[in-house]
Structure formats: C-alpha cells, structure tokens
Design a protein around this ligand. Sequence first.
Ligand code: SAM
Length: 381
Amino acid sequence: MDRIELIATTTFGLEAVVKRELEDLNFEIKEVDNGKVTFYSDYNGIARANLWLRCADRVLWKFGEFKALSFDELFDKTMSLPWADYIPKDGKFTVLGQSVKSKLFSISDSQAIVKKAIVENMKNKYNISWFQETGAEYTVKVSLLNDIATLTLDTSGESLHKRGYRVNPVTAPIKETLAAALVKLSYWTPDRVLQDPFCGSGTILIEAAMIGRNIAPGLQRDFASKHWTFLGENTWRDEIREAYQSIDFDKIMDLRGSDIDESSVKAAIENADEAGVLDTIEFEHSNFKYAKYEGDYGVLITNPPYGSRLSHDEDLSQMYEEMKKIFRRLKTWSKYVITDEENLETHLKVNANRKRILFNGRIKTTYYQFYGPRPNEKGQN
Ligand SMILES: C[S@@+](CC[C@H](N)C(=O)[O-])C[C@H]1O[C@@H](n2cnc3c(N)ncnc32)[C@H](O)[C@@H]1O
C-alpha cells in the first residue's frame, strides 16, 4: 500500500491554516471538514506531516471506512482489514471510540467489538491466542457517524502541541499549535519587529522564531509511529535529517516579549533556550504600560489576561484604557489580540479589520486583527 489517506485533526477554525500547511508540504488534499483535513500520502508522509505541521493536533491514518448497522457487520468488516500487516506480535493496541447519530450508539461495545476483531485478525497471522501488548503503541479509534465507521491509527501519540520545549509551565499558557496559527494568520514576516507585551511563557514568540528559522516543530519530541517497525529504519531518519538540514540557524529576527510576572519571564527564557531560539528574542520584566515599543511597522501579537481564565486583581477596564493609548501611539504597527473579551473593539474604540473565532482549549476566543500600513506602501496589513 503506497498511497494512504491521512487525517490532520485541528481545532475548530484552523482547518484552512492546516490545509495551507499541508499544501506547502506538497501533500494532495482530499477534503476539508469541521476539525479535520484529509490528505493523500505515502509512508514517508507520516513522518513529514508529524514533524512539520505547526497548527494541527494529530495525524491519523485512515485505515478503513465502511457502513456498520450491526455489531456483526462491525466485527466482520474490521477483521477483514490488514491489521497484522502493520501491527507486530507485541504491538500495544488500545481502541478508542465515538458515536454520533448512529445505530451502534454504545461506544464501549463498539470499542470492544473492534478490539476483538483486530485480535482475531492477528491470531490468524501470528498463530498465538494471547497478545502481551508490551511493544509500540498502535492506538485505534473507531468513529461512527451516520452509521459509517471510520477506523484510524494514531500516528502522533501525544498531541502535536507538545513540542518538547515547554520546560517550565506557567498558568494559562496558549497552546503551541494555536500560537503558531496566530503568527501564520498575521502579516508578520521575519524582517519585521514582533512584540508580545503579555508574553507569559513566550509561546507566541518562540513559535514565530521557529517559523522564521524554519525549525520543524516536532524535532524535539517522540511520536507513536517513530516506533512502528513496518515503516523501516530509514523513513523517520531521512525526514529528521532533512528537517535539520533545512534550519536557517543564522536567521536573526527582532522579537520582543515582556510580562508583569517575573516567574513567567523566567519560564519564557528557559523555554526559548530549550527551543534553541533564545538568541533572537529579547525578554523583559515589565508592565505592558512601560514596555519599550520601538521602531515602525512592527507587529504586535498578544494574548492579554482573560477575564474568564485568570484570577487577577487588575481592573480589566483600566487595562483596556492603557491598551487603547498604546495602540493609538503605534500608528504604523499591525496589532493582533486573542481574547475571550467580546467587546474589545468598544474598549479600544476602534473597529478590527477582521475577527476570527478560535478556541484556546475549550475557551471560545476572538482573534482581533487591526491592520497597520504596509512598510513602504500605502496599503494595509
Ligand atoms: C493569558 S496569559 C499569556 C500567556 C502566554 N501567551 C503564554 O503562552 O504563556 C496573560 C499574561 O499577561 C500577564 N499580565 C497580566 N497583567 C499584565 C500587565 N499589566 N502587564 C504585562 N503583563 C501582564 C500575566 O502575567 C500573564 O502571563
């Protein structure tokens, strides 16, 4: 099987960003749906997609899809898929499930049936009746939607937002995948200043630095499929080597972060160091009111304290009053703010050029985009 279908799962609202990422990686898109982008790949693509996707949550291998109106049908059709060609004798295969608008509504029963069918399939090949499951992980998911069962194998393991550089956790950090999407949805380019005056653990700036230096976000972490023997030794090794070769180590950017909380600034410095980009980010311990905003045509991308997320003493309306003054001062800058505040435009007394609904974990947020003029041009961005 050299042409397979993979699914990149995404947070609601980021499907188009992930589609563009996949196209940039030269994958052929099959379809875009709520929360997922299906694309064609070969086996190497499993490693490439996992290593390079910045904004997707997981990469799943679509192993089979069929109609299932009874447990017998689910069992027989699952058993007929070539599981044993891919899962070794010692493979650990957990089965997860979900069911929406389907006759087979019991998730636990569907999971048990799928597990039993895979065991039967493997028994036929390996001629043993008991599987120890001590080896690599092959997490199977059975998703029933309108009586169609889709069976997937999770190639990622831990969610892709876990890059491996967050060594020092802080309260309410933004997810790395979302931070990368904020940068990609902005008009920032590495030759422009990027500033985050509520930087917390530095996620937005670290993701921008990794984009600017072309560092694959998955280089520092492990993946379930890295341990899959059928992929052969070379698949992951070649993709990782190529990813290292594409890094632009010398790219120096003007990235600036500050935060009122000293321990967050310390965490940001440690995280940036771990990600290998500390030399291109300047961190400062400061109230956003007193941060240095220098230069023209800068880009400000920030995630100020959420009313519903952080308990803090600061009066939010006072914060918006100060923010309004700073935004007015930074006439040539483009400003991007992600927050759960629904009336930000009223607080800042300026209309956003564009607004997008995005989810930070389970919190519904708005990404407000206020475009400044383009450097050397009269247009806006
Ligand atoms: C939602 S968090 C930002 C999280 C960050 N994006 C991350 O990934 O870790 C908001 C941050 O604003 C900081 N903060 C609150 N009031 C501030 C102020 N007046 N000036 C600067 N930073 C402030 C908090 O310390 C917190 O780190």
